[in-house]
Ligand binder design. Structure first.
Ligand code: AP5
Ligand code: MG
Length: 217
């Protein structure tokens, strides 16, 4: 399956992508995780991306497009498909992705949209803890790690992301509404959009996603 995940900051893209990978064996490609890894390694691209991300702004289209195209060349993505978490976020990115997929004779199967109210998004981000090593996320109340401050999956230290501060969160939500929401309309016209209510227990949200995916498998 080839899937896109479009949802506002804190809606649960990373959390649900991990569950999709576990059940369906599809690799998750998170644009945010790729950028944070580049920042961590202080690559040329990471140095460019750093300031944009910390302030909650989108990185320039060319930067993220190159990174994703490189990732999609991974043979696992050709063999098993993929779930793109956080890409595309602009109409230009969506049009470019289409061209890439057409050139490779590939088609998207579904675009998942998660809906979560703004107050809940803010609450989730304020209490999120992230593993920079494996990308896992936790929530201090709803999904706490077994040992405080340590990742359950790889044992690395957990962090409070720099862009999970109130000013950056506000900017990220504003940008999502302004730049990313319009591309939902673009994919709606292709008839591949599946809308999911993202409020409620993590496993209950996943059950709703499973219902959609089992129909298109
Ligand atoms: P990215 O890392 O993708 O950040 P984001 O889109 O802001 O989304 P988040 O990762 O914050 O949220 P999520 O939906 O994954 O939620 P999660 O599952 O963690 O991108 C970061 C930055 O990179 C962007 O701001 C931009 O600068 C740049 N960037 C990335 N892609 C780009 C692109 N294409 N173009 C340009 N720039 C780009 O869940 C959040 C919390 O809630 C966790 O604590 C989790 O445990 C908890 N939680 C999840 N589900 C539930 C639930 N059902 N109930 C209760 N708690 C829950
Ligand atoms: Mg995420």
């Amino acid at each position: 399956m080839r899937l896109l995940f479009i949802a506002p900051p804190g809606a649960g893209k990373g959390t649900q992508s991990a569950l999709i990978t576990e059940k369906y064996g599809i690799p998750a490609v998170s644009s945010g995780n790729l950028l944070r890894a580049a920042i961590d390694k202080q690559t040329e691209l990471g140095k460019i991306a750093e300031k944009y991300i910390h302030d909650g702004n989108y990185v320039p289209d060319e930067v993220i497009i190159n990174l994703i195209e490189e990732e999609l060349q991974n043979p696992v993505c050709s063999e098993r498909g993929f779930i793109l978490d956080g890409f595309p976020r602009t109409l230009y990115q969506a049009l470019t992705l289409d061209k890439t997929l057409i050139a490779r004779n590939m088609q998207l199967d579904a675009v998942l949209i998660l809906y979560v109210p703004k107050t809940e998004l803010i609450n989730r981000l304020a209490q999120r803890r992230t593993c920079y090593n494996c990308g896992s996320t936790f929530h201090m109340t709803f999904n706490p790690p077994t040992v405080e401050g340590i990742c359950d999956n790889c044992g690395s230290e957990l962090h409070h992301r720099k862009d999970d501060r109130p000013g950056s969160i506000k900017n990220r939500i504003r940008l999502y509404n302004q730049e990313t929401m319009p591309i939902i309309e673009y994919y709606s016209k292709m008839g591949i959009v599946h809308r999911v209510e993202g409020l409620g227990d993590i496993n209950d949200v996943f059950a709703k996603i499973e219902k959609k995916l089992d129909k298109i498998k």
